[in-house]
Structures are given as C-alpha cells and as structure tokens.
Design a protein around this ligand. Structure first.
Ligand SMILES: Cc1cc2nc3c(=O)[nH]c(=O)nc-3n(C[C@H](O)[C@H](O)[C@H](O)COP(=O)(O)OP(=O)(O)OC[C@H]3O[C@@H](n4cnc5c(N)ncnc54)[C@H](O)[C@@H]3O)c2cc1C
Length: 380
C-alpha cells in the first residue's frame, strides 16, 4: 500500500487501487498467503540482468493486453505448500537494465506453471510424529524452491511491472515489517529458552554458581533487548503521510533484528551450558512406560532433592527440539565434550603464563628493565 501509493504519485499509475482490491479479496475470502521475495540469485556479485542465466531472478518475459508472463525462481518460501496465494516481491534494488526484474504480483499457488520443491517432508513428519517435539508437532514449517515457469499474471494482480527505481521501496518496506514481526516472535522464543535454562539450573541445583547466573542473565539480556526494541519500534513508529499507515521505527527494528540474528546461538549456548550433556543424550520418556527402565531412570536421572525426575527427563527431552537430533549431538558436544566452557575458563585462567605480560606492563610503567622482558621472551 505504502510503496504503490508512492509509485502512483510519482508516475500516475494505478497500482494502489489494484493493491486495495487485492487486500479486500484477502480479507473477504480469508485466504492464507506466503511471501516469495528471495530470488535464487546465482552469482551474488552480479545484478539480475548480468547473470549468465537470465532466470535467476524472477522477471517479466512477456507482456500481453490482459497481463504479464513471468519466469524465474524464488527460494526459502515459507508455508507456500499450505497457502492459497503467493505475494511476489522484488528482493533488491534495481537499475534501468533490470527493468523486467522489477516485478511484484499476487498469484494463486496452483496457477499453471508454478512448481514447488519443498525441503524433505520426511524431516518434518518425523518431528510431527514424536511426543518429544511439541513445537514441531503443532507448528510445522516448510520452505520451498518456488519456480515460475512462464506463469501468467492478470493485470489486476500486478503491482509493479518495470518501474525499476521502485523495486527497492517495495522490497525494503516489506522487509521492515517482516523484521518487526521477527523481533516480536523471537522475544517469545527467547522466553522459552530462558525458561528451560532457569528450570535446568533449578533441577540440577546449580543456581548459585556464578557462571550459571551469568548464562541466565545473558539470555534475559537477549530477550529483553528484543522486547525493548519491539516496543520502541512500535512506540516510535513513523506515520506514512500518503496512506496514514504506521511504519515500525526502522532504527529500533533493525538494531533489534541484528541482535536477534547475532546473539541467538549465544542464547542457545547459554542454555546448553546450564543444562549439561543430558541435553544431547537423555533417554526417551517413552522408556518410562517400561517399569524396569522407569525404576532405573527415576533413580539415576534425579536432580535436586524434592524435584520430580520425570519432569527433569521431559525438560531435557523437549529442549532438544531447539537443537534437533544431530544438532544436539554436535552443538552440545562442542560445548560440553572434553569439559564444559567453565571448565576451560578455569583451566585457562589458572595455567596461563602471565609473566611476559606483567613484566611488559612493569617495563611500561618504568618499574622493570627491557632486559627483563627480553629474558622472558628468550625463555618463551
Ligand atoms: C527458515 C527460513 C525461512 C525463510 N522464509 C522466507 C520466506 O517466506 N520468503 C522469502 O522470500 N524468503 C524467506 N527466507 C529467505 C531469507 O530472507 C534469506 O535467507 C536471506 O535473505 C539471505 O539470503 P540467502 O539465503 O539467499 O543467502 P545469501 O544471499 O546467499 O547470503 C549468504 C552470505 O553471503 C553474503 N552476501 C550475499 N550477497 C552478497 C553481496 N552481493 N555482497 C556481499 N555479501 C553478500 C550474505 O551477507 C551472507 O553472509 C527464509 C530464510 C530462512 C532460512
């Protein structure tokens, strides 16, 4: 709405009316939509028109009186297999030579010429089957390679067709709202990671250890940074003068999103550090239905006095979903195998040879001679 209004004002086109008619269709018919923005892109250093294969960005290959024909492929299209329609947007800024690549439209997913190649569904089905995967079981997500093999799009569903200098406003405006949703849902996800970490600390009775508290405070910092930036983005939003629509504050949205990307694995790492190695290899709760195994598991997988071992086992099992089966083995292994992070910190602090650094500092302060430093360097 925002970008098409800008375009109409600058060029006298009528895209905004089309967008609004589509909006009414979406609301009235209550359809689900996936967004196909990310092109396959080929050589990342080349512009769309410079690619050896011209189809590596979706582009217009034909113009007819009642619509356009598009060809190319998008990738990572979340939930396209479960959507009624796709909204297709440009991924990047464009120059004059890219004009045919400056294209935005909506299309039914089952339009002739659209081919979806999903990531292995088996991977998802395994997650759906198990009681161990409560998130995957109810919130399955599938991405596809989304191919447009000469797809016809009627004029009424075309929202940009060749105005290359508007490719960036279309693409970036969507991305900004998308990042705003990202900081919002990631804050909620961080809450779950924080909850697991705190519960593991309680069940293992390690809450008083300073490095455990630091791990937990790091996750709190991560979560609250996202919460704060989401609130600030909404509170300090900018009102688009043409449409009256509020736009999330781009600075707060982007700093929040950057932190969400850069620090996510740190939050997971903190949870792993608190939990210990059972996060990788806890036996399944399904074993608890066997009375003999249940007896051993309840006895030997107990934590702090007064806590329920069955709950502890369940927490370890479901938290693995953040890591996946193989990911758990590798990620937890990298952090816990051959000693935990803190074990390495203690060992490094204890065994590090500080003599050269200390003597260099003393020399710098005129409290030692250069020969003292040289002697240590020779020894080293
Ligand atoms: C789970 C998931 C769901 C997604 N859902 C959707 C969706 O629903 N719809 C959608 O459209 N997209 C979706 N995306 C796509 C997402 O926006 C892209 O993954 C992201 O934009 C990065 O693009 P890419 O994966 O092609 O990586 P690349 O662009 O190949 O990036 C790889 C690395 O190369 C660098 N790089 C790339 N180009 C350049 C360059 N010219 N100069 C310097 N460095 C460069 C990048 O910065 C990065 O470090 C999803 C992605 C994931 C992982």
């Amino acid at each position: 709405m925002i970008a098409s209004k800008q375009l109409d004002r600058s060029r006298g086109t009528n895209y905004y009316d089309r967008v609004m008619r589509y909006y009414e269709h979406v609301v009235k018919d209550d359809i689900t939509i996936a967004v196909a923005q990310t092109d396959v892109k080929g050589d990342r250093m080349l512009r769309p028109h410079q690619q050896e294969d011209p189809d590596l960005y979706v582009h217009i290959v034909g113009r007819e009186s009642d619509g356009i024909i598009v060809r190319g492929a998008k990738v990572h299209t979340t939930q396209s297999i479960a959507a009624n329609e796709l909204i297709v947007l440009p991924y990047r800024n464009m120059v004059k030579e890219d004009a045919d690549y400056a294209v935005a439209f909506a299309t039914p997913v089952n339009a002739k010429g659209i081919i979806l190649i999903p990531r292995p569904l088996r991977e998802v089905e395994i997650n759906m089957l198990g009681d161990e995967f409560p998130m995957g079981k109810t919130n399955v997500e599938v991405e596809t390679l989304t191919i447009f093999d000469n797809v016809k799009v009627p004029n009424d569903r075309v929202f940009l067709a060749g105005e290359y200098d508007f490719a960036a406003p279309y693409g970036l405006t969507f991305a900004l709202y998308h990042r705003f949703t990202a900081i919002s849902y990631r804050a909620a996800l961080a809450d779950i990671i924080l909850g697991y970490a705190k519960l593991f600390a309680e069940y293992n009775d390690v809450e008083t250890a300073s490095h455990i508290r630091r791990d937990i405070v790091d996750i709190i910092t991560y979560k609250e940074y996202l919460v704060s930036s989401a609130i600030a983005s909404a509170e300090k939003c900018i009102k688009d003068p043409n449409t009256g629509i509020c736009i999330p504050n781009p600075i707060y949205t982007n700093v929040g999103k950057l932190t969400a990307n850069a620090k996510y694995l740190d939050a997971v790492k903190d949870m792993i550090d608190v939990a210990g190695g059972l996060l990788a290899d806890i036996p399944s709760t399904s074993e608890l239905s066997n009375p003999t195994e249940e007896r051993y598991m309840v006895k030997y997988l107990a934590g702090k006095r007064g806590t329920d071992p069955r709950v502890r086992i369940r927490l370890f099992q479901v938290a693995r979903e953040f890591l996946s089966a193989l990911g758990a083995l590798l990620s937890v292994g990298m952090i816990h195998a051959e000693g935990s992070i803190e074990a390495s910190v203690i060992e490094l602090y204890r065994s590090y040879n500080y003599d050269i650094s200390k003597t260099a500092a003393l020399y710098n302060a005129d409290l030692a001679k250069i020969d003292d430093v040289k002697k240590l360097l020779e020894w080293w």
